[in-house]
Design a binder for this molecule. Structure first.
Ligand code: DHE
Length: 521
């Protein structure tokens, strides 16, 4: 074959370029971000008035979903749409930019947390609340659609207050043991303290860059914050949210880990933390006199023996419990003697907290959502039930020998499950599948589904919570133009409906502070 001359090749290249049209410069995403986004979201993308724009914080909002929000804005927030100002390529470049990780995790220690403090008001000394409603039967309803919370009188089912929250709250708010104060946490790490007796926001600090959840100590004096970014577990004073201690989370060999979640173990007077990346569970004393149990011994899986570690005692003493693999999404038995944690590949592991080691492995295919588990007594035996996220079923386990008693069919995969001591029924949703609009009501005695309710056909129904007496079951219509639907818990008939903006969760003061078996803790 005849080889083309250099001249021919140049001509060919020029022709191809002409066909392709004028060369388009790639949009400069960093400049676009500085010009259009930095004022609200921070030049460092860590958030200001608007939320942090990092892949860890955006979760499912990354990529094309982020592009849609940049183009069209977000209803009921201050986020405007940019489709008339920026081209499609520029919007795509911005979406890719905010979906990419930062080159380095910024420092977020005591100085940064303290500097973030916002004091809105101080709490006056009061004998009783400034309203007539029963303070023990209040509900806090998180409205995720427009980032608000509503405080509801649980007797009359009437709102007492509605206020703006931080962007994207996650996990249950936590209450002081007297029910006066409630603490919220946002995925951006903001912890907010609210006075339920005066219906006033008090203080806020940002305890992390990407946070998972919070727990409050048994005496109501300390708040623990579980962080993904940075890898820390932060202890705050529940009084003024000042930093009391920060754990840089590393296993005993020095490997750093995210913290999946932290829980209060009331009978143990401690926090229990799930670590995402290392095979350890942490127990942190919230008792200033914590002693012998925190003396430093750990059962080492690696060495098959008990190993001595440096011991710590007193408030925030750390006890490490080694596990065969990293575990998260914990369910605790009512005495907080055992926990079940999710391992990989449909396995769950039972860890006995008294002896500090795993005692049983369970096969639970279908991805159990253990955090939503509830327990009750069935035929004289303590049982727990947990939704299986992938299977669309509820698994009921005997908590004595951990055998599976029953698999209950539901119309599809569900996320949450709830009951109350005063009702024989447990309610669960199917919000993750095609049966998303329907709740199943299970008789805790027969382990059968006895009724299905569909509050609004085609609209997601999820997350049930009972009032303090177990009289009403409050259900969310989980849509931006959603509602709270109140059912009579005995007859399953609708009593009331209050419009709300994607009420993602609702939390009853009494059920939470008494650690009701039917609710999350
Ligand atoms: Fe949650 C609680 C973890 C996704 C809504 N979620 C919790 C808790 C944990 C957890 C550990 C218990 C904390 C507590 O209450 O103190 N959630 C996770 C995840 O790992 C997961 C699967 C992925 C993630 O993005 O973090 C996840 N969660 C979601 C959602 O997509 C939900 C449905 C919508 C949202 O708001 O993000 C969601 N999670 C909730 C709610 C609770 C919760 C409403 C509180 C339940 C309760 O009744 O206590």
């Amino acid at each position: 074959m005849k080889r083309r001359s250099l001249f021919d090749r140049i001509l060919l290249a020029l022709a191809l370029l002409a066909l392709a049209g004028p060369a388009r410069a790639e949009p400069d995403a960093a400049k676009l971000f500085a010009d259009n986004c930095a004022e609200c979201h921070g030049a460092d993308r860590l958030g200001r008035l608007g939320p942090a724009l990092l892949p860890e914080n955006l979760g499912r909002m990354m990529g094309t979903r982020a592009a849609a929000v940049i183009a069209d804005g977000r209803a009921a927030t201050q986020m405007p749409g940019f489709s008339s100002k920026l081209s499609r390529d520029e919007i795509a470049a911005l979406a890719a930019y905010v979906s990419s990780p930062l080159p380095a995790v910024p420092a977020w220690g005591a100085a940064e947390i303290d500097a973030s403090r916002v004091v809105h008001a101080t709490a006056p000394p009061l004998e009783r609340p400034r309203f007539e409603a029963d303070p023990m039967n209040l509900f806090v309803v998180v409205e995720a659609g427009d980032h608000h919370a509503t405080i509801l009188d649980g007797d009359r089912i009437e709102p007492l207050a509605r206020f703006q929250t931080r962007f994207a709250l996650h996990g249950g708010p936590k209450f002081t043991p007297d029910g006066r104060y409630v603490f919220f946490m946002s995925r951006d790490g903001w912890v907010s303290k609210y006075d339920l007796w005066t219906l006033t926001m008090l203080t806020e600090v940002r305890a992390g860059i990407n946070s998972r959840n919070i727990a409050i100590s048994r005496d109501g004096k300390h708040i623990a914050v579980a962080n993904y970014l940075p890898h820390t577990l932060v202890m705050l004073s529940a009084d003024d949210l000042s930093v009391e201690k920060i754990f840089d989370v590393k296993d005993r060999l020095g490997t750093s880990s995210r913290v999946s979640a932290v829980y209060q173990a009331p009978s143990r007077n401690s926090f229990i933390a799930a670590l995402k990346d290392v095979p350890e569970i942490w127990e942190i004393a919230t008792d200033p006199n914590a002693g012998p149990v925190y003396a430093g011994f750990v059962h080492s899986h690696e060495k098959g023996m008990i190993e001595a570690l440096p011991s710590s005692q007193g408030l925030f003493a750390l006890r490490r419990i080694e596990t065969p693999e990293p575990l998260d999404d914990f369910f605790f038995d009512p005495p907080y003697r055992n926990l079940i944690g999710s391992a990989r590949e449909g396995r769950a592991i039972v860890v006995n907290l008294t002896v500090g080691r795993d005692i049983k492995q369970l096969d639970l295919p279908g991805l159990p959502h253990l955090g939503s588990g509830i327990s009750w007594t069935w035929n004289g035996r303590l049982v727990m039930a947990t939704p299986l996220l992938k299977a669309g079923k509820i698994s009921v386990l005997d908590m004595q020998d951990w055998s599976q008693i029953k698999l209950i069919e539901t119309p599809g995969p569900g996320f949450f499950m709830r009951s109350h001591e005063n009702t024989p029924y447990a309610w669960t949703d199917s919000m993750m599948g095609s049966g998303k609009d329907t709740l199943s009501i299970i008789d805790k005695r027969s382990l059968e589904v006895v009724r299905r309710v569909t509050p609004e056909p085609g609209k997601t129904a999820a997350h049930v919570e009972f009032d303090r007496y177990g009289r009403y079951a409050l259900v969310s219509i989980w849509e931006d133009q959603g509602a709270l639907v109140v059912y009579d818990a005995a007859t399953f008939t609708e009593v009331k409906r209050i419009p709300m903006s994607r009420p993602s969760g609702k939390y009853n003061v009494w059920n939470k502070i008494t650690f009701s078996d039917g609710t999350s803790h």
